[in-house]
Design a protein around this ligand. Sequence first.
Ligand code: SAH
Length: 261
Amino acid sequence: MLQSGLDGIPAVNHSSAMRANYKMQRLFVPNDIAAGAAIELDAEQSHYLANVLRMAEGAQLLVFNGRDGEWLARVAARTKKAVRLEAVELTRPQPVASDLLYCFAPLKVGRLDYLVQKAVEMGAGVLQPVITQHTQLAKAGTERLQANAIEAAEQCGILAIPEVRGAQKFAKLLANWDRDRRLIFCDESAETNNPLAALQAIRETRLGLLVGPEGGFSEAERGQLRALPFVTAIPLGPRILRADTAAVAALAVIQATVGDW
Ligand code: SAH
């Protein structure tokens, strides 16, 4: 356990598994972080800390920027409009980012927010919107996806913020695919119900996941996917799941068989 550098402030409790501290507020900041560094928050984050969370001077929280690990920080100065933090000590070092590439057809806004947050919680490392034949929404609003990814990271103690890529057409995604990366595709027309055998046969360590849009994959797309040597089709049980549910289910079975669970 690290000793606190400040009198009267208890040290952060570190679990040996380096799982996040769930009791403390965690905030993503764009600033560089180092011991003693002052972190000036922007108006929105200042308002949140000062007026929503009502944090007083001296209050503690955790900050991270996706580069410098997670730090214990304290509120060093506070007015209604501006909050300055001071970084006290490193609580968790910056981990290696997840390499899991999650490819998804953009959904309508509310469901898309949910889909991104849940995928990040489940360990997706790169978010790749894909435009398929039955995709309803051609634009995925990269900034909104990124904001959702950050929110999920704050919530779950994920220190490496997932990368959000620009939307790509289905054909281009496959044409440019790195063949050393296995692409797991959720096939709602698969003949069996159990995905485990197919997942356990995977030898590659680099993985991608592809989930279709609400309208499903077209027959042509399914045919193309099934013919590719780097693709593994998996079923997710006998029920048709909505795309956001399918993503969570697929990520759970992937993490439990060939992932980091
Ligand atoms: N409208 C389509 C269903 C689309 S569900 C139909 O009725 O056939 C959205 C996506 O979630 C699918 O393209 C697939 O990738 C995934 N999915 C949903 N249920 C699934 C299941 N039981 N097995 C595998 N993938 C599934």
